[in-house]
Design a binder for this molecule. Sequence first.
Ligand code: CTP
Ligand code: MG
Length: 170
Amino acid sequence: MGLSGLLWAMWYILPAYVANGSPVIVGGGRPIDGGRVWHDGRRLFGDGKTWRGFFGGVLFGTLTGVVQYILTPGFYGSLKIAIELAFLLSFGALVGDLVGSFLKRRVNLPRGAPAIGLDQLGFLLSALAFAYPVKALSSGQMLFVLIVTPFIHWGANYFAYRMGWKSVPW
Ligand code: CTP
Ligand code: MG
């Protein structure tokens, strides 16, 4: 595959990272579950999943695709494909993030508690699956992205913690 194949894989996945990270800054306000609880008496998603975070993440992730198209039009072929891909990566990332929080609440983990594996890869697997029909990575590129994402996730969260945007470094 070579170095350029690995770099293109990171370029491809970037909107999912932006979508997953931007709610830390733009999120807040009304939680998506509106405070509702599941049959087990615990919150559906919890206070960490808000409408503003969800739609802000989809918006910034999709806008990332527009900038990427301007910088590397040949990688996408058309603006329409670049926007579709960025939207699906972003929407997929945030749906995966919501499913992750749903599962965390079901096993009684409080909002903000770490769930190793799920926190770093849940959003990514969901983003890859949503985007697959529009433009797919090779299996080698997918493997690479799966391996490096947890490290980038931990690094980004530590940075956000040091910046005072998050109360915990994970
Ligand atoms: N966030 C948001 N809306 C989303 C996702 C995230 O507002 N849909 C914001 C919240 O302020 C959240 C922060 O981004 O606290 C970090 O996101 P994340 O780590 O995914 O949430 P946690 O607070 O850790 O909650 P959970 O335990 O449910 O993962
Ligand atoms: Mg968290």
